[in-house]
Design a protein around this ligand. Structure first.
Ligand code: AMP
Length: 112
């Protein structure tokens, strides 16, 4: 989608520190990390929120979770990690392209 920063990263038009890529998704380092390890998993297809999941996209999202689970240890997350998916403005979603924050590399306090 034109003007979407994550679509531009997927297309290689904006550089990213990529740690994983397959036909469906990309995982790269967040530019403003809030944990020692802060990755973003994004689908290559543009859609903004889980409200836009149909059956096919739900399978895609499930596959993304499975891939994160299968590769987390390679990304230094063997001690545990947190997945966060901000949905909408009030939750702090700033990029309207679905993304899963992958946070870890340190003990993470629980909070809002
Ligand atoms: P959210 O606030 O949930 O929409 O998360 C968007 C995330 O994208 C933030 O954590 C930003 O730091 C991150 N971000 C924005 N632009 C880039 C970029 N060019 N490369 C990597 N991460 C980015």
């Amino acid at each position: 989608m034109k003007d979407c920063i994550f679509c531009k990263i997927v297309a290689g038009e904006i550089p990213s520190a990529k740690v994983y890529e397959d036909g469906e998704m990309l995982v790269f380092r967040d530019i403003a990390p809030v944990a020692n390890i802060h990755l973003l998993a994004v689908p290559k297809e543009h859609f903004a929120t889980v409200a836009e999941l149909d059956d096919r996209r739900a399978a895609l999202a499930g596959g993304m979770l499975r891939t994160i689970g299968a590769h987390a240890h390679e990304w230094g997350l063997e001690g545990g990690y947190r997945l966060v998916v901000n949905q909408g403005e009030a939750a702090g979603q700033t990029v309207p392209h679905l993304h899963i924050h992958i946070l870890g590399g340190e003990p993470l306090p629980w909070g809002k």
